[in-house]
Design a binder for this molecule. Sequence first.
Ligand code: MOS
Length: 778
Amino acid sequence: MSIVDTIKNAGQAAVQGAMAKLVPLAPDSWIPGGVPDPLIRQQHGVIGTSVSRLDGTFKVQGTARFAAEFAIPGMTYAALAYSTIARGRITAIATQAAEAAPGVVLVMTHLNAPRMNAPAVFGSSPTAVGPSDLPIMQDDRVHWNGQPIALVLAETQEQADHAVSLLVTTYAEELSITSFAAAKAEGPKPGLFMGQPLVNEIGDADAMLEAAPHRVDHVYRTPWHNHNAIEPHAATIVWEDDRLILHDASQMVAAQAQTIADVFDLKTDQVRLTSPYVGGGFGGKGLWDHQILGAAAARLAGRAVRITLSREGVYRIVGGRSLTEQRVAIGADADGRFKALLHTGVAAMTPHNNMPEPFILGTRAGYAADSIRLSVETVKMNMLANTFMRAPGESVGTFALESAIDELAVALDMDPIALRLRNEPDKDPTSGLPFSSRHIIEAWRTGAERFGWAGRSNVPGTRREGEWLVGMGCATGTYPYYRMPGAVARITLGADGHALVEVSAHEMGMGTSTTTAMVAADRLGLPLDHVSVAYGDTLIPGAIMAGGSQQTAAIGAAVIAAHNALVADLLKLAGNDSPLAGLSAKDVGSEDGGLASLEDPTRRESYVSILARAQRDAVMVTEAGSPPLELMHWSMHSHSAIFCEVRVNAVTGETRVARVLGSFDCGRILNPKTARSQFRGGIIMGLGMALMEETQFDERKGRIMNPSLAEYHVPVHLDVPEIDVIWTDIPDPHTPMGAHGIGEIGITGVAAAVANAVYNATGKRVRDLPLTLDKLLD
Ligand code: MOS
């Protein structure tokens, strides 16, 4: 196949898109002193238009291949056995019956598993993504109730599942800590998040709280939450000699491959990890025991392995959010100005894990206050390693903070929006940095108007329709803008004027591949159907993580850098016979499938013509995005104003969410269609967090008691009302493309908005998620 055909056939399907207007090269305009990027100052081209997912057709037709859908000749199927004690030693595993069961190829336990290094725990280096640094199936030790203790490979999944049920394990149990109360009694320790202390102190907050004429001071609790992506974790794994190939469901292909390479003492290029489609990832689609165990079993058996976790399996080995207990105390003057803001508390984690739920992150940049004290301390429990879960920190932190602000508004008899606006900071209150772009007031104003906030009664329990008490609540959400280093883009421009853009990124259903094509089409001055995107494969250079809502910014910076390099190369190829002769990269822009002079757009030449004259099939550039220096100069965040109307049944205590409006300020919105869907998805997850989601631990044994969607409740269609979404669409001049992340802001603040609406409806304040009806009836 010629390179031209390769480009056309690679990646995604084509859709019709608008032609981009003349696009000058983007200097790294978001860096201080950089030249402003005209592209982010105006709406133009395909950016900002609603484009349907380019991969939608493949998904609807069933041709999009997910991790558990790769078929390899001679493949075996894996099933895992999980420990039933929280801590201790395995004294024996009787494997004979399993080994003799039909179709069984291998029974692997710590006694015959290959020797492997322990994975490095995340945060310990840029490429380490182990959820814990425990060795995996290397000894007889049990560290949590649910730890994989044996793996069975068989010719079919059913045979493997059956054989695993025949294993008989005996243990010597040891003392364990499986209740939050017992863990707290051991004494909390300071929390560290990504190596940084989770502490902020400005002024004497305790004294100023004491002296404030008005104050609220309460404790808020959030439960353990488990990840419930629609696609359970899965991987199809094969060794080709000493190369390990994993088709995985991953939101971090490069970092994960590196960690796996380290586990098996392989070089980086001996591990190939692909992840073309992911059926939902919210922080949980990373490296867990199953990929490593699957690879170990594949090596031991000399067969390819497909390992698919059951829903219960996901609960046993994939962590989620951990327990938090947060105190928020606010002291205010009679006008509602914050004299003191305290947000402190405890989060549970496990002894071998590195992920305290950093619930103060959103508070750091939330409100102006004369004095501030924030801290997260941690306690250890012998349970499943916790991890990132959609807006880790902010999701649960804003429940406490934004509930407390509502409580203060009640105490002051103020409108809760007015109270928030009164404490709007003019710079970051903890870092002192200027905000790059913060239009939260605009989000509040437009949101309140659209939602009909003026119709709300400030007196709780006063609006009743039959059995139903009706109330409105609101909350602010913030989520930081991040851009991690390491992103690289490779652009291959073919002789027919089609381009292939390759980034080591991830499509988890949010529309990244579509947005990447749009950004590239925009930069290159190509119609969308001339751009293909490839991603989700470690053969593609660079390291991008779909996490921290930063993937699009990382991709954008890399695509911009690669486009700049491409233009320079094209000018060289164009040479002296081109109408562009003598022009340098800064004098030209991409437009209409070619380059044109900025000064005199009649001086132009198409890509096709440049490559034809140079007798080239293609030109390829690989370029890294600039270092994320913008983060050192500005305090950068996505913002939201969430409005909610609930109806609480006065007889049964049942809460129904009647209406939600999310009013967002997230810079420029690149693709309204996929953005709206992202915001809505986050809000729906927030409704689950508010009303239903709760992992239940048996505190005697540390076993999760509700490891299924029958018993762990998430919102179903009938639980979700009309969700209205609007945004300011004000570009941030200091980010690539003017955009902020939109992945995690959606959930942030939602639980508080619901709780505040429930208070407004009933006069009952629930400080303990989820807001189940028993808590409203007592
Ligand atoms: Mo997210 S919790 O960074 O996938």
